[in-house]
Design a protein around this ligand. Structure first.
Ligand SMILES: [Zn+2]
Length: 262
């Protein structure tokens, strides 16, 4: 059933001790000011140089524990965030990713180690957030083998069940007013600047009561398999996204990278 009025989830990606400190501080202020319960997508053992922006924050893991205790959902954001595999993902958005196409045994090892690292820091990761939307059937098997039954991805307007996983859709990279449905807005503190933060702050000023949490979503809805109409809508939304991505780099020529690429 489609939620009315619309509800929103905030998802913050690429979190690791070297996340851009000034920006991350502002996102944390936003979380506190509006009592948000976001999905925090944490890279367990970051080796991606693009995510090494600030000196390592010694208090990073402590901050994560505090945010989780305040209601945030910890997401397993890959393993090392090295997106060099060219396999085809179940969400066919990017050509390369960390997980899609990687042998099953390796994926199992990475997921097991990643979860172990996060749990070793006192966190309780419950939701999979694939770097660059890249994951395949083997990823899902490995996650289920570890007891992870939730993932954040897909272009539907409702959460749904597929391949024994509950999918919480993620379709936006900036706030957009919607009349119904569940919408996850994904942000990247390493690249999102003052304008993006201000835009979300303005949106929150009008729609804070419509922001929800993963727990609340699961409590309020009993996700089922998608209807044909929802599947069709999701395929169209993914195509629109791919098209806008394809023309994006031309429009943004001269910029280092798009704010929503990882
Ligand atoms: Zn990422």
């Amino acid at each position: 059933m489609t939620l009315k009025p619309a509800q929103y989830l905030l998802r913050i990606d690429d979190l690791c001790p070297t996340v851009r400190a000034e920006s991350w501080a502002q996102w944390q202020a936003l979380i506190a000011d509006f009592d948000l319960k976001p999905i925090l997508a944490v890279v367990p053992d970051n080796r991606d140089p693009e995510l090494e922006v600030s000196p390592p924050d010694a208090a990073f893991w402590e901050r994560m524990r505090a945010l989780e205790a305040a209601g945030a959902e910890i997401g397993l954001h890959g393993y090392r965030h090295l997106c060099v595999s060219r396999g085809r993902s179940l969400i066919d958005l990017h050509r390369t990713s960390e997980f899609a196409g990687v042998p099953a045994e390796t994926q199992r090892a990475w997921i097991g180690e990643g979860l172990g690292i996060l749990r070793g820091h006192g966190l309780n990761p419950k939701i999979w957030v694939a770097p660059r939307h890249g994951f395949d059937a083997e990823t899902i098997r490995a996650l289920l083998g570890e007891g992870i039954t939730l993932l954040s991805d897909g272009f539907t307007r409702v959460p749904f069940l597929r391949r024994a996983m509950t999918w919480i859709p993620q379709q936006l990279w900036a706030p957009v007013e919607k009349s119904s449905g569940l919408w996850t807005i994904c942000v990247h503190p390493n690249t999102a600047g003052e304008a993006e933060i201000a835009a979300l702050r303005g949106f929150l000023a009008r729609h804070a009561t419509q922001f929800t949490s993963v727990d609340r979503v699961l409590f309020d809805s009993a996700p089922t398999a998608l209807t044909l109409a929802e599947r069709f809508q999701a395929v169209c939304a993914l195509r629109r996204r791919k098209l806008s991505h394809a023309v994006g780099p031309i429009r943004r020529l001269g910029h280092l990278r798009s704010s929503n690429s990882p």
